[in-house]
Design a protein around this ligand. Structure first.
Ligand code: BYC
Length: 334
């Protein structure tokens, strides 16, 4: 009369419960539901999100450096004010994203320690130098343009705190893209021959690294399949890259610049642009720390963190004092 269920040990019971939780989770994902921080989720889903969101946050923070380099040298007060606001926005994006990742149980200190030790990644694009003022416009146009293409689908990411953060980030990125394009239009329409050449040179240097921002090709992307299955990513790396090329080529024509790819050609059959091969060796070199400025970028971040230690200590001491005062006042009132 003994049933199998009666002989189930604690480990089997936990496994059965896990299978049930997993089935419920999968059904929620399939139904297009959003997952909140306190909901049950598989460990791999949690880890994937912490990896992606923290890398995204690091990208925003490290991404302040190439453009920050030009704040003191912006050509007019108007351009300086816009650039200051943009770089400050990127800091804000980093902070929302660290907060979104913290809801998954990893502290900001842990995430920053991973960045500073070189363990965590950040976008490859920020390891290239900004050598002229036109680079600032081209970053707005191409880098923020690529970022928007990648990030709009993330507003529908199955993890709700990330999706919510992305809504605001995307609104601001859209302003960033437009200010970059407008700055380039001004240089191309009203600028001298030297200024137009400066824009073309910047486009030549940033085009291919911008295409690399979308990540490795789908058949070499180890994380894509599972992330798409879980609704973390909604569109694959190659699909997003293609959408970006299709949207950007007409903008380059209006601007009057040439994209540095002799194989770039409209394909009427596919209703998309064909483009030349991407140098994936360069991409992996940069991702693995050997890009033009990897060491400098990381060194700058680590120095900023160390130099800011006294500010964090002072803020904590102040918070402790305030809390103690509040506690004392409460006791006195009681
Ligand atoms: N650079 O399996 P895959 C901005 C890594 S900042 C470096 O396809 P996944 C802005 C990838 O992490 C916007 N690493 O991965 C700020 C993985 O390594 P791990 C930045 C890259 O995660 C200031 C490995 O390669 N945007 O807008 O499915 C000024 C295999 O790749 C890169 C985001 O962060 C890369 N480009 O897909 C201006 C968006 N690509 O982690 C503008 C959020 C790939 O296994 N992130 N890797 O060690 C994502 O959408 C996805 O993480 C990715 C990669 C599409 C980037």
């Amino acid at each position: 009369m003994y049933t199998q269920a009666m002989s189930v040990g604690p480990q089997d019971a936990a496994a059965a419960e896990n299978t049930e939780l997993m089935a419920t989770f999968d059904a929620r994902i399939d139904a297009g539901e959003f997952i909140e921080a306190k909901d049950w989720m598989p460990e791999h889903y949690r880890k994937t999100l912490v990896r992606q969101i923290s890398q995204h946050a690091h990208s925003e923070i490290v991404g302040m450096l190439p453009e920050g380099n030009w704040i003191t040298r912006a050509p007019t007060l108007k351009r300086k004010a816009i650039l200051l606001a943009k770089v400050q926005d990127e800091a804000g994006h980093g902070l929302y994203l660290y907060s979104a990742a913290e809801t998954l149980g990893t502290s900001r200190d842990q995430m920053l320690a991973a960045l500073h030790s070189g363990k965590a990644k950040y976008s490859s694009i920020f390891n290239y130098p900004t050598t002229s003022w036109a680079d600032v416009g081209v970053i707005g146009w191409l880098v923020d343009g690529a970022a928007i293409m990648n990030q709009v689908p993330l507003c529908r990411c199955s993890y709700a705190p990330y999706a919510r953060a992305m809504v605001r980030v995307c609104r601001e990125e859209s302003f960033h893209q437009r200010q970059g394009y407008e700055s380039l239009l001004t240089l191309m329409r009203e600028g001298t021959a030297a200024q137009k050449a400066m824009v073309q040179d910047a486009v030549d240097r940033w085009w291919w690294p911008s295409l690399m921002m979308f990540g490795p090709p789908d058949d070499a992307s180890p994380n894509s399949e599972q992330s798409i299955r879980w609704g973390i990513k909604r569109i694959t790396n190659d699909q997003l890259r293609q959408k970006f090329v299709d949207a950007t080529v007409p903008q380059a024509e209006i601007l009057g610049v040439t994209l540095p790819d002799p194989l770039l050609k409209w394909n009427a059959g596919r209703e998309s642009y064909d483009f030349g091969p991407i140098d994936w060796n360069e991409f992996w070199r940069v991702v693995n720390g050997e890009g033009p400025l990897n060491r400098e970028r990381l060194g700058t971040r680590v120095k900023a963190w160390n130099d800011g230690a006294w500010v964090r200590d002072a803020a904590l001491a102040h918070a402790r004092k305030q809390a103690a005062k509040k506690e004392a006042a409460k006791k006195e009132a009681a």
